[in-house]
Design a protein around this ligand. Sequence first.
Ligand code: GLA
Length: 327
Amino acid sequence: MLKMQRRAALALALLAAPLATLAAEPVKVGFLVKQAEEPWFQDEWRFAEQAARDKGFTLVKIGIPNGEKMMAAIDNLAAQKAVGFVICAPDVKLGVAVNRAAKRHGLKVMSVDDQLVDGAGKPIADIPHMGISGYEIGKQVGQGLLAEMKARGWKPDEVGVLRVAFDQLPTARDRTMGAVDALKAAGVPAANVVDAPQAKTDTESAFNAANIAFTKNAKFKRWVAFGLNDEAALGAVRAAEGRGIKHDAMLAIGIGGSQTAMNEFTKPTPTAFYGTVLISPKRHGYETAVAVYEWATAGKQPPAVTLTSGTLMTRQNQAELRKQMGL
Ligand code: GLA
């Protein structure tokens, strides 16, 4: 009898062993972003962490400012036995390299924010993607500017339109062209649109780009400005301030709605940073992390493309809106 009990205990212990190993080594999912210092990406990471806690996996966050660091990060994930990763690459043209590295290591990969493309500039079909509907959100930027121009009694043909441009990134081009098209449809002359190409997607690069554009176009006394994100719009605002163009003569609307925008909205006096289209780092961070986890562990393939929407946020409605969005 005693012998049988012992045997049963042994069998149970053997059965439990693989479970114990599983519990000791949680599933790892990577989350690689091109600009870790940007508040948008910090927010995405924060919500991805929340997903990891809710679902019981470990999130591995790595900043990948260039292609070399990106490749090293993917190898590093494989060495850590991660099951897959979410990526916003430093250059979307690295798509083929990302896909190849992921396949070589047997990692699931999904892109966020910036859709990866192949050598011909075509989206890579087998990498699922979640991003914003760039052109539509750009149109919202343009419409927000038009509404405030009207409220101020500015005539469409007297305003300079500063497009802080980063055209090598398709979503950046879509966003800013959406804004341009909305303005043009309302009677702003195409000739008033001034392109200010930025070298990187941060505030400093936008500031430098805007400065050059303002110098070359001193004929405009009133301006509206926008770019792919809040940092681009803010760079334009700071450059304008440096030339004495303040909030009564300038209107900028960004895209994002994270800390960069909040810093402006909470200043005691309004700046020319009039608004931002609030988009959802919660959806982008949380949902992509869960999607990769469930794809790798339960075979649930994410939808090919998911596009998220946005809402115009200004000083007036910021507190309420951010609460609604769980931010
Ligand atoms: C791009 C931009 C970021 C942010 C995201 C949102 O990656 O560079 O600043 O706007 O899109 O999708």
